[in-house]
Design a protein around this ligand. Structure first.
Ligand code: GAL
Length: 689
């Protein structure tokens, strides 16, 4: 079963999932048999059905029309294709807003957002919630025992367009949430620091959501409003999930996340509530190496799944339609992208969407079946991917190996990018990605963990901008190092507590002893400004965006600022703490210098590349079969080698390639743009298993 327990694939199926969103309601029924035939030709195993079909399923309140859905469910089943069935609550029909105008979302400035697009509902609306739950129940009762059903798909990309609602219904819900959290207005006043700017509250009714105001809003109010908004949508999910669990026990329930770019939901709390973590990822087409961003998102998704298998629910075969310029994928890029997700733990590759639309706002979005039909580059690559995923069946349920963890924290993301901070240029994900990218280039796979997690299983822990640090979060890092671990802490960490109040006594107060430093002042840089550092090995490194004035207190100074206002002061340090080592980098280094720093930290921690040797453009990841009921090859390893460059690369690797059947003794050549998945264990290794 795919899910936190791992081992195996989606219930009722063998092999990796391949398919995508299927919207048959947008096409005449006589197209459906052709859909099924072509799905079979491509090797499609799973479709996500009915995601935006509420208005057709329930054309009037309480009157359901399931006829078309019955027919397509039966056709899919007869065609051997499984269904991830949506409960269709993502986009309410126009009648809901017509009858309940108060169910519409309101933006920060107080303007109502009307139907005409999608997701036009206030997350706290009782009218929306009860209509959505009634539809969920009706669908669950009708399809719980349909043989095509293998998974429930609740809503779609929660909060994509309506994460923050500022209407009066939301205001009342926010007050209730605050009352539960703080118990008294006095406790809220203390937590929000309302002695500042005459913000002291005397009664709950005076408190507002973080509405548009005259100047910077109260930062703790902003933070709590973000937490509330994430929880409010989660409450919608949990209520619908519970109905599905009750009526169709045993069928896993998922909802698709938007990692790594979606700031508005704290996915750590969401992941705890889903049976299967699934994710939608769209390539940032404007980036020079978008596959690094893809890998970051895939590894973060696996972290949310607790290291267990997860599912790539959507990506694109080629261009999307919502970026400023929508770049088509180059030949082979579709396959590299899909298999990179699979390398990093996805139990398949799903897409938006099956058949390219002819109407609606997404008609220029690519699909598995393009407007131009099957004699096309995209279709040929889709068919090839279907073949490849079948050949990769042995990897199903195996786990990704990694010695390095990155602590990722939504509170810190929210708080550090708030108004009134030392520099608006300090972007949370950018910093995490700088450090991640250097590890990717060194051929090292990372896992992601939440603040406060047990770190003992890792050789190295990276802590990028842990701006909001809890006592538990600080202790987890310190205890890990005391016990022999190696940590690299990034700039602007350990600054505030969970109420966004400064931790006094010199930054980063709760990590000072661990790091052996005191930071006293921030020195952000101007756009384009550069400051240089000299290392203890005589190298010159360069910082952009950010520097800090700090004093070394018993630690080694690895690099000092060599020019600018901080010339002569430490910039990068290394401290022995207990049996371990704690590095601190107070600057935002240029990519090449992050790489040089990571080389030293990695060596200190004894972390090795996945295979010898890392080379530009080569992605390397290893999946290992875990000992679990049903796994007949525990310990077998599969090495994914993905060449994103335009030259052939030689790697030390032996075994046989699951995709081509070729066997390699000691070295392997990965052709430009190619993907190899090497079964590293000779069949003889398992004869006794
Ligand atoms: C996702 C969404 C899909 C489709 C897709 C287009 O955000 O879940 O419904 O809109 O983007 O890229």
């Amino acid at each position: 079963m795919l899910g936190p327990q791992g081992g195996g694939g989606i219930p009722g199926r063998v092999g990796l999932a391949f398919g995508g969103d299927y919207n048959p309601e947008q096409w005449p029924e006589d197209v459906w048999p052709e859909d099924i035939r072509l799905m079979q030709e491509a090797g499609v195993t799973l479709v996500s059905l009915g995601i935006f079909s509420w208005a057709l399923l329930e054309p009037e309140p309480g009157r359901y029309d399931f006829g078309w859905l019955d027919r397509i469910m039966d056709l899919l089943h007869a065609g051997g294709i499984s269904v991830d069935l949506a409960n269709a609550t993502a986009s309410p029909p126009p009648w809901l807003a017509h009858r309940h105008p108060e169910s519409l979302p309101v933006n920060r400035a107080g303007s109502t957002l009307y139907p005409g697009s999608r997701q036009a509902f206030c997350p706290s609306s009782t009218a929306y919630r009860s209509a959505a739950q009634a539809l969920t129940l009706a669908l669950a009762e009708r399809y719980a025992s349909h043989p095509a059903l293998v998974m429930w798909h609740v809503n779609n990309e929660y909060g994509c367009h309506n994460a923050h609602c500022y209407c009066d219904v939301s205001a009342a819900a926010f007050r209730r949430w605050l009352e539960r959290k703080y118990g008294s207005v006095d406790a809220l006043n203390e937590a929000w620091g309302t002695a500042f700017w005459s913000q002291h509250y005397s009664a709950w009714d005076e408190i507002q959501p973080a509405r548009l105001t005259t100047s910077f809003g109260n930062p703790t109010q902003e933070l709590d409003f973000r937490r509330f908004s994430s929880d409010e949508l989660l409450e919608c999910f949990v209520a619908e999930r519970d109905i599905l669990h009750r009526v169709s026990p045993g069928v896993p329930v998922t909802t698709n996340f938007m990692v790594p770019n979606f700031k508005n939901l704290d996915y750590w709390t969401w992941a705890e509530q889903t049976d299967v973590v699934s994710n939608d990822h769209y390539l940032p087409g404007w980036e020079a190496e978008p596959h690094l961003e893809l890998a970051f998102g895939a590894d973060l998704t696996r972290g949310l799944a607790g290291g267990a298998p997860w599912l790539l629910m959507e990506h694109s075969t080629s261009a999307v339609n919502w970026q400023h310029r929508n770049y088509a994928k180059t030949p082979g890029q579709l396959r590299r992208n899909s298999l990179s997700h699979v390398a990093r733990g996805s139990e398949g590759a799903m897409f938006f969407q099956w058949r390219a639309a002819r109407a609606g706002a997404e008609k220029f979005h690519s699909a598995l079946l393009p407007h131009a039909g099957t004699d096309t580059k995209v279709w040929r690559e889709v068919v090839q991917l279907g073949d490849n995923l079948r050949a990769l069946a042995p990897i199903e349920g195996s786990r990704v190996e990694s010695d390095v963890a990155i602590v990722f924290d939504w509170d810190s993301w929210w708080a550090v990018e708030g108004d009134g901070h030392p520099s608006a240029d300090l972007r949370y994900v950018d910093h995490a990605r700088d450090l991640y990218s250097a590890l990717w280039r060194a051929g090292i796979t990372c896992s992601f963990v939440r603040q406060g997690a047990d770190l003992s299983g890792y050789r190295l822990v990276i802590v990028p901008t842990l701006h909001v640090v809890t006592d538990a979060g600080a202790s987890a890092v310190s205890e890990y190092v005391a016990g022999g671990g190696t940590v690299l802490v990034g700039a602007c960490s350990g600054i505030v507590d969970e109420n966004d109040h400064i931790r006094l006594g010199g930054y980063p107060a709760p990590l000072r002893e661990l790091l052996g430093v005191t930071v006293e002042e921030f020195f952000p840089l101007r756009p384009g400004e550069r400051v240089h550092l000299t290392t203890d090995a005589g190298e010159e490194w360069t910082s952009r965006l950010w520097t800090e004035l700090m004093t070394a207190e018993g630690c080694e100074v690895v690099a000092s600022y060599s020019d600018g206002p901080l010339a002569g002061h430490p910039a990068v340090t290394r401290n022995s703490f207990g049996s371990g080592t704690a590095w601190y980098v107070s600057a935002r280094l240029e990519a090449a210098d992050v790489a040089a720093l990571i080389d030293r930290v990695v060596e200190d921690a004894g972390v090795q590349a996945v295979a010898a040797a890392a080379q530009p453009g080569l992605e390397m990841v290893r999946r290992r079969v875990v000992a679990a009921p049903g796994s007949d090859r525990p310990g077998a390893t599969y090495l994914f080698l993905i060449n994103h460059s335009d030259t052939a690369i030689e790697v030390a690797a032996a075994g046989h390639d699951l995709l081509t059947g070729d066997t390699y003794d000691a070295t392997t050549t990965v052709a430009a743009g190619a993907v190899l998945v090497i079964d590293e264990s000779a069949p003889a290794d398992f004869e006794e298993a």
